[in-house]
Design a protein around this ligand. Sequence first.
Ligand code: GLP
Length: 248
Amino acid sequence: MLASIRADYDAISIEGARIVAELVRKKPDCVLGFATGSSPLKLYQELIRMHREEGLDFSKVTTFNLDEYVGLPPSHDQSYHYFMWENLFKHINVDSRYVHIPAGMADDIEEQCEWYEERIDEVGGIDLQILGIGENGHIAFNEPGSSLGSRTRIKTLTEKTRQGNARFFGSMDQVPKYAITMGIGTIMEAWRLLLLASGKKKAQAIKDTLEGPISAMVPATIVQMHQHATLLIDEDAASMLTVDWQLD
Ligand code: GLP
């Protein structure tokens, strides 16, 4: 695990985009795992800039998103489908046939989850998975208590996560109660992990993730076991760390 502490959100985003772009150039048909939320937003903007100005080519890239709310259609402005198309996919030359986002409207959610796992296997696994982190240390929608070996499945969202996202929905009642999420075991099989954390609100989760014991109660702590995990953290998110992590 490599922790890289950078000045601010812009700096982690630019470094994250550089790592993604390097892989896309080296392996044009790579498999990228994407995340939603504010953490990767600037990284996506930087990828869009690289596509426009430097011709970064996504035409052969396959993508898998971490999660999706159950019950929101792709056209809903809070669905993760909508987020990904608005904030990244429609601005780059990704082939929509190679884009995978769990279908939150699927009739048979269990079947959808199995299909998702099979698709990841069929393409040979995820080369690089981008991750954010919840204030309670969740990754994707693997809330505290999630099995560390879990696979893609439906999860009930915690009140804290729903409250955290309520601002996007207008009121708490409108925040979905369930989501489909890749499991922690699924995420851990990605060849490389890139976790982004910015801001004081993430400081406790980052302290737990880097310095705490591995625990299902803080799902992100499992990244300590990953062979190629890079944590890009800004100074605010790193503000509670006690160990002198690599500063570069
Ligand atoms: C949601 C998403 C996670 C994301 C987290 C943090 O719960 N399912 O994938 O990491 O929010 O979001 P943000 O990056 O906006 O802080």
